[in-house]
Design a protein around this ligand. Structure first.
Ligand SMILES: [Zn+2]
Length: 324
């Protein structure tokens, strides 16, 4: 067995892990429940460390064959110091992820923002492979974002760059999870899609919509997508509007960055052409001519592996740059 990397993707519900060869090929994967309620941060860090060692073992690698462990986690976090400053969904504060996991595993550990890890995964091994400039939008409960420029994530001066979900798309508008109003996330996340659908249902009309059969507290973005695919005009117009709103934000990013590729990932992106059609049309109509022609807007390619592959790839990048 040659030398391998371990990528860990820490989510609110599950912890995913993968062993990769140094060329990025995944050779082993595993998933365990996060169970943050069982012991909080110290217990979760221990489970992540044990998972990393177990996957390496299952991949046929001894500890000395492991180059590094990369961990992608929700933030805000400091990737340089390896500290999660605060995660609202896990209720962690100032958790020294890299230091503690290094102590428990005896291996180099690097912490990164999960959305930036996703972006790097798609750049390294997925739909954005080899692009000089690319960015990702991951549409889930929130809208994650990451920009990769000349092979490196764009982090900004305070490690807060690439929060593309909080690009404003309305002067006033819907309240966002960040406390501001009118952010992309408030419209194009699964939560935003459900909220906009409920508003339309409350406004009346569309008596035959299958969405009227679903109790409002149980409605999901997947229901809206299924109804749209089945031809429900209300659901279709919500999805089209979602595409147009994403298109406005992407047009702005295209003008700012002149990227080659925009990758759309996450559950909501499975809506396919129904979503990508209005996104592409809006970008063509709203971005400057040259960046609008240049940018390719494509679905993510790595699926569930995205976060682990990216976290491992960034760990390798940092090892090569001389991180410890
Ligand atoms: Zn926001």
């Amino acid at each position: 067995m040659g030398r391998i990397l371990i990528g860990i993707d820490l989510g609110g519900t599950n912890i995913k892990g993968a062993a990769l060869r140094a060329d990025g090929r995944v050779v082993r994967r595993a998933k365990i429940p996060t169970e943050n309620e069982r012991g909080g941060a110290p217990a979760v860090l221990k489970r992540m460390s044990e998972l990393a060692i177990r996957i390496a073992d299952e991949a046929g690698a001894g500890k000395r064959d492991v180059l590094a462990i990369g961990v992608g986690a929700p933030g805000p976090l400091n990737s340089r110091t390896g500290v999660i400053v605060e995660t609202p969904n896990l209720k962690w504060k100032n958790v020294h992820v890299a230091r503690e996991m290094r102590r428990m595993t005896g291996l180099p550990v690097f912490l990164e923002n999960d959305a930036i890890a996703a972006a790097y995964g798609e750049y390294w091994k997925g739909a954005g492979r080899g692009a000089g400039c690319m960015f990702i939008l991951t549409l889930g409960t929130g809208v994650g974002g990451g920009i990769i420029l000349n092979g490196e994530p764009l982090k900004g001066i305070d490690d807060t760059a690439s929060h593309l979900g909080h690009i404003p798309v309305e002067l006033e508008g819907r309240l966002c999870s960040c406390g501001s109003v009118g952010c992309l996330e408030a419209y194009a996340s699964a939560t935003g899609i459900v909220a906009r659908t409920l508003d339309r249902l409350a406004a009346g009309g569309h008596p035959d919509s299958p969405l009227r059969q679903i109790p409002s507290d149980r409605l999901t973005a997947a229901d809206v997508s299924a109804a749209a695919k089945a031809g429900c005009p209300l659901a279709r117009s919500v999805i089209e509007e979602t595409g147009a709103i994403l298109g406005v934000a992407i047009a702005g990013l295209a003008n700012a960055l002149n990227p080659e590729i925009c990758v759309i990932g996450g559950g909501v992106s499975a809506m396919g052409r129904m979503l990508f059609g209005p996104i592409r049309r809006t970008v063509r109509a709203r971005a400057l001519r040259i960046p609008a022609r240049r940018i390719r807007i494509v679905p993510a390619a790595l699926g569930d592996d995205m976060g682990c592959v990216g976290a491992a790839g960034l760990a390798l990048l940092r090892l090569r740059k001389g991180g410890d």
